[in-house]
Design a protein around this ligand. Structure first.
Ligand code: KG4
Ligand code: ZN
Length: 347
């Protein structure tokens, strides 16, 4: 089997990978975080400029690290959505140019199927765990919170999603309120380790909801109000470290409880499910992984997570693996002139 060169420029990471089947040969990620940090979030046209500046060298490094040349590459895969339009455009244009220069087939890939495929990526010798369909995928990133029923890698149905903010977005916004910086997920979860999750009571979003949807804007507002009331009570303008840690722990507890409740509900409603895939940036969260692993164990379900943290957050290797899984299911390449950015692409 020959190799796939894949590109993801959906947000603030310029990433290019080389994969063989599910095996990751290289996965280069050039992060722009330090440029966007001072704006408290990703600035789309700044992201575009930085992608343009970096994409050629990232392609070169990906080929070098995989120890291969263009003659080894069999296909090109690129994220065509969802994502930021100006950012997606850069990767798509590069993929089209390379496909025509090298006369290679081009596969446009949905970024979210990439996050699922990341669970099957193989790094080094360790093979991915065996699993069976039907499966449920929980996708938790900065832009998405979705529960997806999967009959195969190409037969997917969204059975639950957020009605407002995504889980990663809620982490980022709460981190901003606490003055922790961007992106906030990792910073909140680190801070939460020092805090008590029972110190304050925060609402568990849609706890009594009858469907599989999520909502994080109410929780975010509850945190905002709680911060104000703690400040009023103490008479201090700023929270101290202990208060911040307790807040982070209480937020994380409520935010994750909502996820656990909905996953348990989904497993009950769709009792044919044999596997749970966890994907997206928030899949890097250790506490969330542990809780989901326990739910899976109790329900006799195989739990699939990306093999390392780099494969949880945005990266191109997951796009290459997704392309491979698609090709194995009979997906055909798309003529380059028909490949365009789809910022709000759904599964
Ligand atoms: O998948 P991703 O890299 O980008 C999107 O497609 O959105 O996800 C980024 C999100 C950010 O919101 C970030 O705060 C969150 O993933 N994240 C985490 C952790 N690491 C990244 N959230 C919670 N705990 C983490 N350890
Ligand atoms: Zn993503």
């Amino acid at each position: 089997m020959k190799l796939i060169l894949s590109i993801d420029t959906s947000c603030d990471e310029t990433s290019v990978a080389v994969t063989r089947g599910v095996l990751v040969l290289s996965n280069v990620i050039s992060s722009q975080i330090r440029y966007h940090k001072k704006f408290g979030g990703v600035v789309p046209f700044l992201a575009q400029r930085l992608h343009k500046e970096r994409i050629d060298s990232v392609v070169e490094i990906a080929l070098q690290r995989a120890n291969c040349t263009w003659s080894d590459i069999e296909a090109i895969a690129v994220t065509h959505g969802p994502g930021l339009a100006p950012a997606l455009e850069v990767g798509i244009q590069k993929a089209k140019d390379l496909a025509s220069a090298q006369a290679l087939p081009l596969y446009p890939i949905n970024h979210m199927t990439g996050h699922i495929a990341a669970c099957l990526a193989q790094v080094g010798e360790r093979k991915p765990t065996e699993f069976q369909f039907p499966a449920l995928a929980l996708l938790v990133s900065g832009g998405h919170t979705e529960l997806v029923l999967m009959w195969s890698f190409t037969d997917l149905e969204i059975v639950g999603q957020t009605l407002d903010d995504a889980l990663g977005e809620a982490y980022d916004k709460v981190a901003k309120m606490l003055g922790l910086g961007y992106p906030g997920g990792k910073l909140i979860s680190k801070m939460a380790e020092e805090g008590g999750s029972k110190k304050y009571t925060l609402p568990i979003p849609l706890r009594y909801g009858k469907d599989l949807n999520f909502s994080y804007s109410g929780l975010k507002n509850a945190v905002r109000l709680l911060i104000e009331s703690i400040k009023t009570e103490s008479g201090n303008e700023y929270l101290n470290r202990g208060e911040m840690a307790d807040l982070a722990a209480c937020f994380e507890y409520a935010a994750q409880e909502a996820v656990i409740l909905k996953v348990k509900m989904a497993i009950k409603v769709h009792d044919e499910v044999k596997t749970l895939f966890l994907g997206g940036g928030v899949a890097a969260n250790t506490a969330l992984r542990q809780k989901l692993r326990k739910v899976c164990r109790e329900n006799n379900i195989v739990f699939m997570v990306p093999p390392n943290l780099k494969l949880c957050t945005d990266n191109a290797a997951m796009i290459g693996v997704s392309a491979y899984l698609g090709i194995m299911s009979g997906v055909k390449p798309t003529p380059p002139e028909n490949v365009d950015r789809c910022p709000s692409l759904s599964l």
